[in-house]
Design a protein around this ligand. Structure first.
Ligand SMILES: Nc1nc2c(c(=O)[nH]1)N[C@H]1C(S)=C(S)[C@@H](COP(=O)(O)OP(=O)(O)OC[C@H]3O[C@@H](n4cnc5c(=O)[nH]c(N)nc54)[C@H](O)[C@@H]3O)O[C@H]1N2
Ligand SMILES: Nc1nc2c(c(=O)[nH]1)N[C@H]1C(S)=C(S)[C@@H](COP(=O)(O)OP(=O)(O)OC[C@H]3O[C@@H](n4cnc5c(=O)[nH]c(N)nc54)[C@H](O)[C@@H]3O)O[C@H]1N2
Ligand SMILES: [Mo]
Length: 792
């Protein structure tokens, strides 16, 4: 069991252990919070938990310290004479309510927008969805899940008719091949990775396939590592499918009984020979054959997909090809044969289920009037109150409407777009506009809160009760351990307070939402989920208390939850049932209900093919590098929590840029030198880390914004956040922005005096020459990386 307690505190001094789960990734590791004298003083892993069996990762062990950081927001703030000043809740909420009512009267609900998170609790999202889509009737509601797992949801809908992960983490225990696509699991889901490492060290170890342009710890363990040029995933996947089909490593019985679309796929990938694909991806053709061989011979294939696929221009098309490999090989619904279209944030699954993003509550279908009526009945509202004339506005479009002035009220909760959205100069200026009334609900004075008209101080994890669901559908309870600081209030209380002050009513004139606390919100949600794929009716807060997590669907038929979906080869895809009729994978154009019915009358799994298109912004003479951005082990996003945990902050104190040895030599750059990375949008300055990243590619972690750049020299400078450089563009199907494909140039600014870059040395950013003990680590392997991958 992993545990960390504050210095000087011993386990016997702990007053209480309070059940919860981890919140700085999507793994959902069960933990207990240690409480002493009304303060959180540590955590320990829960051995009874099905997900982690007591293990915890570095962020979980140290991240909780941020909760009692002295600079937590403790009172509401309002802008007066240009300055944010403290006030009381009545004053702040009155302002929010007054502006809402004015805009509702003058312009209607479309003047109001909501941008939320993947980090609140289920009860909070359900409440927000009911307020936004139900009571107010605005179409403008989305989550930062748009930046995170919109593609996971889209890929699942395209292939299986509905969101919901088919697989289970236990598939790792059974698989003989594990494929990780654009997923640096070793750094982003550390406990899940230890489960993989256990298998690798045990009897009958599985073989790994890693698809990632960087030498991640996953790549180092892989039997086959493909390092394609960023933005070429669809070509690569089509090449692998080409080989699998050419060599007839296809489960024709499964395909015939349970799928539609196989012929179309076979036709579409016919031209994608390994040689052709090798040219596009700059990966040796032989390596593509090896990957196909591995996948095609697997008896129990487990796949995970994450941001290397989701945050690029053909995100959904690429992710769907992973589903296709499973469908053509009949690798679903049995132990070891699982797909995880991964989540990133701890509660992103709930944002989607509850419909606090572009989805409709309970995985209902926006284009199916019966589903709207059904939800309206659950809410006891008139169906016409739920806007469904068009698909809900996605986050990037919400920002566009705010920029243009049609959205004049924007309520942002638990996300920090002034650091996490692309093209920050634009985001800062549109959020700061005079005409936009900006409400920011956070636990710290984030870069976004700095721009707000009203700042609402929230209580967070450990200070409130609620449930959340991880990437393999495991539901956990997180109980309140301590009181929030000052006057901070839970997000649920804030949303409900708004609803009461707005005096929303249901059809019977009763206050809407009809619930008032976490437990009644959960009970209400159960009614909304009843009979849907994400059925929670068999769960209660009490049942989860003490448990090791339960996987939905959990209902009368499955009282202990459900390990794998679609075990019987039946999908949630019947025309009357499905969450979406699907889209064209290349253009994003939605299918009409009649088209869907004609294509898939029996509700089978859908094998959908896609042509490869090159990225819109490719390296050229002026911007010769492909710039990718992402994560490091020790930090979470914009570091509002991990940057306030001394151990984590020390492990990765400042931004860096990863450069290959060849590229560094050509630019005259040595380890630790100061360099400038410029894209057509903006410039950042960072220190150079020379590592085994493939040539032609630069990597910058996106964790570093401006809240802790406090020295005189740094104050006011805006050249540290990766998103100064990224592009305003998105996948046409999922609308997820492209954080992993832009073009950039590199320039030496000054010597670092031989001091290494402030980057960790044990992660994907490990410097060249370090740690040659691992399988692909030596200089020979490094040159193979530069050719686009290696074998073990
Ligand atoms: N330590 C840590 N863990 C986290 C988080 C965190 O901030 N820090 N955040 C959580 C969240 S919200 C998320 S969404 C997940 C994200 O978890 P991951 O997706 O694992 O993390 P990223 O670093 O964003 O991207 C993964 C990999 O994609 C690769 N990549 C880039 N471009 C391409 C490409 O074109 N093709 C391919 N195949 N690969 C490419 C990158 O080299 C990178 O190693 O992590 C979760 N866990
Ligand atoms: N360049 C680049 N950009 C990216 C990515 C990338 O890979 N590259 N990844 C994208 C992805 S996958 C993600 S998920 C996003 C993440 O981007 P963000 O969501 O903007 O990042 P966070 O730092 O997690 O912001 C969460 C905010 O919520 C606050 N908060 C924490 N807990 C609570 C709570 O309980 N209540 C309230 N009200 N507030 C709380 C935190 O203090 C913080 O300000 O970034 C995206 N942006
Ligand atoms: Mo994410």
């Amino acid at each position: 069991m992993d545990s960390h307690l504050a210095e000087g505190v011993t386990p016997d001094q702990v007053d209480r252990w309070v059940q919860s789960a981890t919140i700085l990734h999507s793994n959902g590791d069960g933990l207990d919070i240690a409480v002493k004298d009304g303060q959180i003083v540590g955590v320990r892993g829960r051995e009874v938990d099905r997900v982690n069996h007591g293990r915890l990762g570095p962020k979980d062990l140290y991240g909780w310290q941020a909760n009692h950081s002295p600079d937590r927001l403790t009172r509401p703030l309002v802008r007066r004479g240009g300055e944010l000043v403290e006030t009381d809740w009545d004053t702040a909420m009155d302002l929010v309510v007054r502006r809402s009512k004015e805009l509702l009267d003058e312009q209607g609900p479309s003047a109001l927008g909501f941008y939320t998170s993947g980090q609140l609790f289920l009860e909070e999202y359900y409440t927000l969805a009911a307020i936004g889509h139900g009571a107010l009737g605005t179409n403008h509601m989305d989550g930062n899940t748009r930046l995170c797992t919109a593609t996971a949801a889209a890929a699942l809908k395209e292939s299986f008719g509905c969101d919901g992960q088919p697989g289970s983490y236990t598939d790792i225990d059974h698989a003989d091949v594990i494929a990780l696509y654009g997923h640096n699991m070793a750094e982003t889901q550390t406990v899940l990775w230890t489960r993989v490492l256990d298998r690798l060290a045990g009897p009958n170890p599985p073989e790994l396939l890693c698809v990632d342009p960087r030498p991640t710890p996953v790549a180092r363990e892989a039997a086959v590592h493909l390092a394609p040029l960023p933005g070429t995933n669809v070509a690569l996947m089509n090449g692998i499918l080409h080989e699998i089909i050419r060599r007839d490593m296809v489960d024709h019985d499964y395909v015939d009984a349970h799928t539609v679309g196989y012929e179309e796929l076979a036709k579409r990938v016919a031209d994608y020979t390994p040689e052709h694909v090798a040219d596009i991806c700059d990966v040796p053709a032989e390596r593509i054959r090896e990957a196909a061989e591995l996948l095609g011979n697997a008896e129990r294939l487990m796949s995970t997909v994450l941001q290397g696929f989701y945050q690029s221009h053909q995100a959904t098309a690429a992710s769907v090809q992973v589903n296709n490999i499973h469908l053509v090989r009949g690798m679903l619904g049995k132990p070891g044969a699982g797909i995880l279209q991964m989540n990133g944030q701890p509660t992103a699954q709930n944002t989607r289920e509850c419909g606090a993003d572009g989805d409709l509550t309970g995985f209902r279908n926006w284009s199916n009037d019966k589903h709207i009526e059904d939800l309206a009945a659950v809410w006891n509202l008139d169906p016409m109150r739920i806007p469904h004339y068009a698909p809900p506005t996605h986050a990037m479009q919400i920002m566009r409407y705010a920029e243009k002035g049609s959205i004049q009220f924007l309520w942002i909760s638990a996300t920090n777009p002034a650091v996490s959205l692309p093209e920050l100069e634009r985001i800062r200026s549109l959020l700061a506009q005079q005409g936009l009334f900006l409400v920011v609900q956070d636990i710290f004075m984030s870069e976004t809160a700095e721009l707000a008209d009203v700042v609402l101080p929230a209580a967070t994890w450990g200070e409130k009760t609620g449930t959340f669901t991880n990437a393999d559908r495991t539901v956990h309870l997180s109980d309140k351990a301590v009181d929030p600081p000052g006057e901070a209030r839970s997000d649920l209380d804030i949303f409900l307070d708004y609803a009461r002050r707005m005096d929303f009513r249901d059809k019977d004139g009763e206050p809407f939402p009809q619930w008032h606390d976490p437990e009644s919100a959960f009970e209400a949600w159960k009614r909304a989920s009843a009979g849907q794929l994400c059925d929670y009716t068999g769960l209660t807060h009490e049942k989860l208390r003490g448990s090791g997590g339960v996987q939905w669907p959990c209902n009368d038929e499955n009282p202990d939850g459900t390990e794998r979906l679609y075990a019987d080869g039946r999908f949630w895809a019947e025309p009357d049932q499905c969450e979406s009729y699907g889209r064209d994978l290349v253009t994003g154009a939605p299918l009409e209900p009649t088209e869907y019915k004609a294509m898939n009358p029996e509700g089978r799994a859908i094998i959908k093919a896609a042509e490869y298109l090159p990225p819109h912004e490719k390296p050229d003479g002026e911007y010769p590098f492909a710039l990718i951005t992402g994560r490091t082990l020790y930090h979470f996003h914009t570091r509002t929590k991990t940057g306030r945990s001394p151990q984590l902050q020390k492990a990765a104190p400042d931004v860096w840029v990863e450069i290959s040895p060849d590229d560094a030599r050509e630019a005259g750059v040595s380890e630790g030198d100061h360099v400038e990375v410029a894209s057509p949008r903006g410039v950042i300055r960072a220190r150079a880390r020379i590592n085994e990243i493939r040539s032609g590619v630069l990597f910058v972690p996106f964790h570093y914004g401006y809240w802790d750049t406090v020295t005189d020299e740094e104050a006011g400078r805006r050249d540290r956040a990766a998103n100064e450089t990224t592009v305003t563009d998105w996948d046409p199907v999922s609308k997820q922005p492209l954080f992993k494909t832009s073009a950039a140039r590199l320039r030496l600014v000054g010597s670092g005096g031989g001091v290494p870059a402030p980057a960790p040395t044990t992660t994907a950013s490990r410097p060249v020459g370090a740690g040659t003990t691992e399988t692909t680590g030596g200089p020979g392997a490094a040159s193979e990386e530069r050719l686009g991958g290696g074998t073990r």
